[in-house]
Design a protein around this ligand. Sequence first.
Ligand code: KG4
Ligand code: ZN
Length: 357
Amino acid sequence: MFIHFCIIILIMNKTKNTLFSDKPITLNENSYIMAIESSCDETACAIVQGGRKVVSNVVASQIKTHEQFGGVIPEIAAREHLEAINVVIDKAFKEANLTPDDIDAFAGTVGPGLVGCLLVGLNATKTLALVHDKPFIGVNHLNAHVSANFIDTDLEPPFIALLVSGGHTQIIDVKSYSELEIIGETIDDAVGEAYDKVARLIGLPYPGGPRLDKLAQEGNPNAFKLPEAKVGEFDFSFSGLKTAASRLVKSFDGKDLPLEDICASFQECVSETLIKKVKHALEVKGYNQVVIAGGVAANSEIRRKVFELEQEGYRVNAPIMKYCTDNASMVASSAFFFDNTFDNIDVEVFSRVKNIN
Ligand code: KG4
Ligand code: ZN
């Protein structure tokens, strides 16, 4: 099987420039897109119809493997993607009761992410497109997180998107399906990173974000005052908050930590900072719709605060939990709405944000 895979990749690399050269793609609401996501520690495959209707969604998580190291080890993650990739693809077709011939386009995450991990998913997707003579669509992982908001909704741009994940914290002005502009972002740590680091500091296992969130729900959000960073209009900074949390923990000098209160105070500071900037962006841009996206969009207090904006007349959307953290349905949706212009099999993986369109 692996040998076949490699032979196909070799053929593909030899012929890629002549076989597919930026042919325009036409998709409609009946089109099926099969997508693969492998940018970090989830191997995922999904089939989505018309960008909004999920017909199958399979995710193999590596959390158990990386838990023992307290974080994702890239080489191990890439190897686990290789082991899981065929299994999740088969399962996605079985769940959907479809065959590759039913698929109108194949889509894969090209970045940002861990290069070794991205390569596994991307080569598998390109191979499927090539073998079944269907278009290939390369998807930006950040566009994909935003697109999770199209699943099972009738949402249409323009809107403001707050993207909060393990690697990114951005405010995106989604002007139309073809024009997304990052108007603000973190100058240091991403929100998810800050959650995971503070969680580790107080002894919670990886990934700490959801665990910290759970404890925070039992604590007093006003127990400790933690500092909000003063940065650019729509930008964020969380490294000072992380240091302040570390100082607070040290101040207990080995005595029992009031874990719930520390978590609740940290969560209050983060969620308050995020919502303030989102509200400002909505006012400046004059939009009446806002969405949240990314793994940290699963956070209880961030969700609560953003949905409070409904009382001020805004339409608010947040993906259901399984589409907040990494999955392939959001990749298929992004391929349909944001990244659908060209059949572009030449696209290469990238590790850091280049642009969002
Ligand atoms: O989007 P994602 O699955 O992967 C990246 O693209 O980074 O996000 C993972 C991040 C991790 O930092 C994890 O701790 C955080 O999302 N996370 C949460 C919650 N659920 C996941 N952080 C805070 N509260 C949660 N409920
Ligand atoms: Zn992600």
